[in-house]
Design a protein around this ligand. Structure first.
Ligand code: PLP
Length: 453
C-alpha cells in the first residue's frame, strides 16, 4: 500500500470544542462522571478489563435500525424484506440478532454463508451474491437451499443451472443489473454505473439476454432483478433514477420474454453520519423514496408491484459501533502537527487509508471535557498512511488515555487484517448494563493456526 504525503499543516478552520457528538455515537451513549458509557457499560472500565484495541457494538441500536428498516418499508408496501448485508459486520451473534428481528441475511461468499448457517439462520432466510462465485460456493449455496442466488454473469447462470440440475432441484435466481446510474459517493464504492465489474448492463442488451438464459436453462427459476448502485449514498434521487430504469426494464422483460419479476431488489447503500457536518437521509425518507418510487413506476408501466427487497449494511451497524484504543507515544512536531499513536490502526480500520474516510474521536475517560486540541490519531503499523483520523479535534490527550473512535461498526472489523501480525481485536456487544464478548480477541496461536511447517 502506498504512503501519503502529509506536508500540509494543521487546517485553520475553527472547530467547536463543545460540539455535541451524540449523532455519531451509539444511541445509548451517555457521559457519567466524565466517562463515556454505551449500553449501560463504562467504556473506560471495559477497555481496562478487555484490553484494547476493542470493538464495542450497541446491540439495542442494531436492533433498532433493523426494526426501522422493516417499519418504514412495510409502512408503504406489505411485501418487503430487509436483507441485512453481512459484509458490513458479521459474526454468529450478529446473524442471530438479524434473524430474531425478522430480517434475512445477504452473504457475499462461501465463508459468510457458512457463518450464517452455523448461527442457525435457515437457508430460506439467506441470499447469496458476489461477482465471481466459485463453483464450490455455488454448490454450497444450492446444497443449503438458499432463498435466492443473485447471478452476476451468463457463466454463473450456466454454472448454477448445471449444479442445480445435477441435484434435481430448481434454484431461484435474481439477475444483478447495472442500471447505468452513478451515485454521488467515493469512486471505489460506486457500483451502479455501466463501467462496473458487477452485473448485467441494461443498456446493451446484456441484461435482457441474461433474463432469457435464466428463464430457459434447466434447474433455474427466474425470480427477478437486483441492483446495488453503491455505498454511503446521501442523495436519494440516485435511487429514484435507478428505480425508473429498473421498472422500465421490468416492463420490457415482460413484453419481450413473457417473464414476470417476482422480486425487485434495490440493494443497500444508504449513507450514514461519520462527521458532524454529514447529512444523510433518514431510514424513513429512504423507505418512502424506494417503496413509493417502485409503486409509482409500476403503476405508470401497468405492472403489478413485486416483492421489494432492500439490503442495508452500513446503516444497520456503523453508528452502533465504536472502537476503543489506548494511547501510547505522542509525538509533537512544532508548527506541523501532533501524532497521537494508538494500539491499533489500519489492521482494525482500513477505511481512512482506503477511502480517506474521516471519523470523530474523543477521549473516553475525559468525555465531559471540551475537545480543545487538534491532533492526528496514528496507528501502530508500518505505513505512513496508517492514520485513523487526520487533524481531528480531541480533548487534551495523554499517554494511557482511552481514545474512542465513533461510528466504526461497519466495514472495520469485517475488513480487518493481520498485517504486521497484529492480532484482531475482540468484539463486545453491550446492552442494558451487560457486556458480552461475541468475538474473542485473537492470540499469537491464532496467527500460526494455518502454518504447516
Ligand atoms: C450487493 C450489495 N448489497 C448491499 C450492500 C450493502 O451496502 P451498504 O453497507 O452500503 O448498505 C453491498 C455493499 O457493498 C452490496 O454489494
Amino acid at each position: 500500500m502506498g504512503s501519503i504525503a502529509l506536508e500540509e499543516p494543521v487546517p485553520a478552520e475553527p472547530v467547536d470544542p463543545n460540539a455535541d457528538l451524540s449523532s455519531v455515537l451509539p444511541m445509548t451513549a451517555e457521559i457519567r462522571d466524565g466517562h463515556l458509557w454505551v449500553g449501560g457499560v463504562d467504556m473506560v472500565e471495559l477497555a481496562r478489563t478487555q484490553g484494547t484495541a476493542l470493538y464495542v457494538m450497541d446491540e439495542a441500536q442494531i436492533r433498532n435500525q433493523l426494526r426501522e428498516f422493516r417499519k418504514w418499508t412495510a409502512f408503504h408496501w406489505k411485501d418487503v424484506e430487509t436483507v441485512y448485508a453481512a459484509k458490513a459486520f458479521m459474526c454468529k451473534a450478529m446473524c442471530r440478532v438479524v434473524h430474531e428481528e425478522g430480517c434475512m441475511v445477504l452473504c457475499a461468499s462461501g465463508g459468510e454463508l457458512a457463518i450464517a448457517l452455523a448461527a442457525g439462520v435457515p437457508a430460506s432466510r439467506i441470499q447469496v451474491h458476489g461477482n465471481n462465485k466459485t463453483i464450490a460456493e455455488i454448490t454450497e449455496a444450492v446444497d443449503a437451499g438458499v432463498d435466492r442466488i443473485i447471478a452476476d454473469s451468463l457463466l454463473e447462470l450456466h454454472r448454477i443451472s448445471e449444479i442445480a440440475s445435477a441435484r434435481g432441484v430448481e434454484q431461484s435466481v435474481l439477475l444483478r443489473v447495472t442500471p447505468g446510474v452513478k451515485p454521488d459517493t467515493h469512486g471505489y464504492i460506486q457500483t451502479g454505473q455501466e463501467d462496473s465489474k458487477f452485473g448485467f448492463g441494461v443498456n446493451h442488451g446484456l441484461a435482457m439476454e441474461g433474463v432469457r438464459v435464466a428463464a430457459a436453462l434447466p434447474g433455474l427459476r427466474f425470480a427477478g432483478l437486483h441492483m446495488h448502485i453503491g455505498s454511503q449514498i446521501f442523495a436519494l434521487q440516485s435511487y429514484s433514477k435507478a428505480i425508473e430504469v429498473m421498472v422500465d426494464f421490468m416492463r420490457r422483460v415482460l413484453e419481450e420474454t413473457g417473464q414476470s419479476v417476482i422480486d425487485l431488489d434495490v440493494g443497500g447503500g444508504i449513507g450514514i453520519k461519520y462527521g458532524l457536518a454529514d447529512e444523510p437521509s433518514t431510514i424513513e425518507q429512504f423507505g418512502k423514496v424506494v417503496v413509493d418510487g417502485i409503486k409509482e413506476e409500476c403503476e405508470s408501466n401497468g405492472l403489478p408491484v413485486p416483492r421489494i427487497l432492500i439490503e442495508p449494511g452500513r446503516a444497520v451497524v456503523a453508528n452502533a459501533g465504536v472502537t476503543l484504543y489506548t494511547v501510547g507515544t505522542i509525538k509533537e512536531i512544532p508548527g506541523i502537527r501532533t501524532y497521537v499513536a494508538i494500539d491499533g490502526g489500519m489492521t482494525d480500520n482500513i477505511r481512512p487509508a482506503l477511502y480517506g474516510a474521516r471519523y470523530e474521536c474523543l477521549v473516553a475517560n475525559k468525555a465531559d471535557q471540551p475537545r480543545t486540541e487538534i491532533v492526528t490519531i496514528a496507528g501502530k503499523h508500518c505505513e505512513t498512511g496508517d492514520l485513523i483520523a487526520r487533524d481531528t479535534p480531541i480533548q487534551a490527550v495523554e499517554t494511557g488515555d482511552v481514545v474512542c473512535v465513533c461510528s466504526t461498526g461497519a466495514y472495520c472489523q469485517s475488513m480487518s487484517s493481520n498485517y504486521n501480525k497484529q492480532v484482531r481485536p475482540a468484539v463486545v456487544f453491550v446492552n442494558a448494563g451487560e457486556a458480552r464478548t461475541v468475538v474473542r480477541r485473537e492470540t499469537y496461536d491464532d496467527l500460526m493456526r494455518c502454518d504447516v511447517v
